[in-house]
Design a protein around this ligand. Structure first.
Ligand code: AGP
Length: 613
């Protein structure tokens, strides 16, 4: 997803923008650029590749001044090269634009503009925006009105930032649909625009989040926010608590490694303020859940993408087992095409770290359209998936920078466990003793997570043995079957090794033909209701010559005797075991990728939040 940083104020915008873009690198990009008003001239520097290339370019040809806007581009239309990189200057060289999203009607707009004699310099949809603004400026409109007309004319989900050398006292920005967020940072005699909080939180923690179809006129001392139709908006200022240091790597090599090790803290934080251990009760006030509605719920659809969807698959086990509410998990990109049967007794629960994933937001919109109640479990505060929901559970894990999601996987497992207990309590389907026992188990989790992560060195040894594999099967059953999918995804997305998660029971219906001495098999065999079945699964894999690695509970000598490697975990209550069984798989994928010298935090082709459909 593209990254955007804008600055207006008394200081040189160049270093502010570059530092901000650096903090957005986790979003994935393939080119970068910035535009600065230097005196009366707009100057642009941009190049393909990483920020280091842009910094080299600026070293050879420096620019300073303000205001300024910067951009890291994840190519959608047009190859990732200097010509297609943002910012895009108009023909007059007096107007410049950066954009995140897709202008869905850009071809007809481009035809109309070319018919007027406009010459395009790039293959991007973005360039139609800057030429359109110039088209309206030429009719005598102000920058704000020319921008407004343009924002109302482009179709699709977009974030746009535009500035002009002829009106240097302002930057104009707009959020149209779900193309990622726009964070407005309030400074003292200076103001900031960014795609996400980490880019500006060293300057200010007072922010405003633009809603869809809102635009903002930003000067050094003012922020005017309106709907695209001109209606005034009274903005809500949020105080962001995230500590800027928390967004740094600390003593870890990569953000992913840091965030893996933050999980004992993250599960503690996601429990904070929500568990009454004395009376064995759960409180989720932001969910706005009444006992009456809890008793009316007939079905919950969980919708999410990627890792978040696998968290939802664990949630299905928990909510059905504890609260006896039917749950169906449908991945975000399929939900709206499945013509789901929804009504006012259905809940659509979205899970999303970024809260900006287009497919997940589209699924929420489908739920809204069909009258369902929308809930979300989200990490990024102020994101769309929180704002459009009727109720939400914040993951409360702090910024997750690594593209491969880790703490934003384990936190929603705990959140769904709490949700299941609350639903069961309100629906009267759980007795006091059972409820108190389930709540008491939550107290164990941070320590169990910490103890498992302390075994990183053991996992690193197994990673060394496996670092040159080309394929891998991950097998699980029951509540840990989704962990097989998640473990495989972690390996795929950061080490580029083909890995496949599979329900262990399905192997005999075909896929077992894959197993030979070249196909390592990772079996999730913790002490849970399915361990015996997994033991026979391990035997089947061994019989076909496969290298077998198991995740097993401390002291399980039978599994140890049957496998080539064991990734040990402490004994864990089985309904919370996925929070722990996933940890060695995260570490295994991390160390294999690191041993292969790959870009762990920004794997090729991936973005932290996929805001395009
Ligand atoms: C997970 O490691 C991936 N980065 C990806 O599958 C991610 O979980 C998915 O894109 C959903 O993102 P979200 O949680 O921000 O909605």
């Amino acid at each position: 997803m593209c990254g955007i940083v804008g600055y207006i104020g008394p200081h040189d915008a160049t270093p502010i923008i570059l530092n901000g873009l650096k903090r957005l690198e986790y979003r994935g990009y393939d080119s970068a650029g910035l535009a600065i008003l230097n005196g009366d001239q707009l100057e642009v520097r941009k190049d393909a590749g990483k920020l280091s290339q842009l910094i080299d370019l600026l070293g050879k040809s420096p620019i300073s001044g303000a205001p300024g806007i910067g951009h890291t581009r994840w190519a959608t239309h047009g190859a990732p090269n200097a010509r297609n990189a943002h910012p895009h200057l108009g023909q007059t060289k007096r107007v410049v634009v950066v954009q995140n999203g897709i202008v869905e009607n850009f071809l007809e707009l481009k035809d109309e503009l070319m018919a007027e004699g406009v010459e395009f310099q790039s293959e991007t949809d973005t360039e139609t925006i800057v030429h359109l603004v110039e088209h309206y400026l030429a009719t005598g409109l102000s920058l704000v009105e020319a921008a407004r007309k343009t924002f109302n004319q482009i179709q699709g989900a977009n974030v746009v930032v535009v500035m002009s050398a002829d009106e240097p006292d302002k930057i104009v920005t707009a959020r149209i649909g779900n193309a990622g967020g726009v964070v407005l940072g309030l400074g003292d005699g200076e103001n900031f625009i960014a795609s996400d909080i980490p880019a500006i939180m060293e300057h200010t923690r007072n922010v405003i989040f633009l809603e869809s179809r809102q635009m903002a006129v930003v000067t050094c001392n003012t922020m005017t926010i309106e709907m695209l139709d001109g209606a005034q908006v009274k903005p809500q200022v949020h105080a962001v608590s995230w500590d800027p240091i928390a967004a740094e790597k600390g003593e870890y090599r990569h953000f992913m490694q840091k965030e893996i090790h933050e999980q004992a803290r993250a599960v503690t934080d996601t429990l904070a303020g929500r568990v009454d251990f004395v009376n064995g009760r759960i409180r989720l006030p932001d969910l706005n859940l009444t006992a009456e509605f809890a008793r009316q719920i007939e079905k919950i659809y969980i919708t999410a993408c990627g890792t978040a969807a696998y968290a939802g698959m664990v949630g299905k086990y928990l909510i059905e087992k504890i609260a006896r509410v039917p749950v169906e998990v449908v991945i975000g990109s399929e939900f709206r095409y499945s013509d789901p049967i929804l009504n006012d007794r259905t809940v659509v629960l979205a899970i999303s770290q970024s809260g900006e994933t287009a497919d997940t937001l589209a699924a929420m919109e489908e739920g809204r359209r069909k009258g369902a109640t929308l809930w979300s479990i989200v990490n990024a505060i102020g994101s769309q998936a929180i704002r459009v929901a009727d109720g939400f559970i914040s993951m409360q894990t702090g910024p997750e920078i690594g593209v491969a999601s880790t703490k934003a996987f384990t936190a929603p497992l705990v959140d769904q466990y709490m949700l299941a207990i609350l639903l069961a309590d309100l629906r009267g389907v759980i007795d006091d003793r059972t409820r108190k026992a389930l709540v008491a188990d939550l107290r164990l989790i941070p320590d169990l997570v910490g103890r498992t992560l302390e075994r990183e060195e053991e996992v690193a040894v197994v990673a060394h043995a496996l670092k040159d594999i080309r394929d891998c099967l991950y097998l699980g059953r029951g509540i840990n079957m989704p962990i097989a999918y998640e473990g495989a995804l972690k390996l795929k997305e950061i080490s580029y090794i083909h890995a496949e998660g599979y329900p262990a029971g399905e192997m005999k219906h075909g896929p077992i033909a894959l197993i030979d001495e070249h196909m390592p098999v990772l079996c999730l065999a913790p002490k849970d209701p399915w361990r015996e079945k997994m033991v026979s699964q391990i035997q089947q894999a061994r019989a076909r010559g496969g290298v077998v690695i198991a995740v097993a509970t401390d002291g399980d000598e039978l599994v140890e005797a049957m496998t080539d490697h064991v990734l040990w975990i402490p004994e864990t209550p089985w309904m919370l075991s996925p929070v722990v069984t996933v940890l060695p798989l995260q570490l295994l994928a991390y160390h294999i990728a690191a041993l292969r010298g790959l870009d762990v935090d920004q794997p090729r082709n991936l973005a932290k939040s996929v805001t395009v459909e």
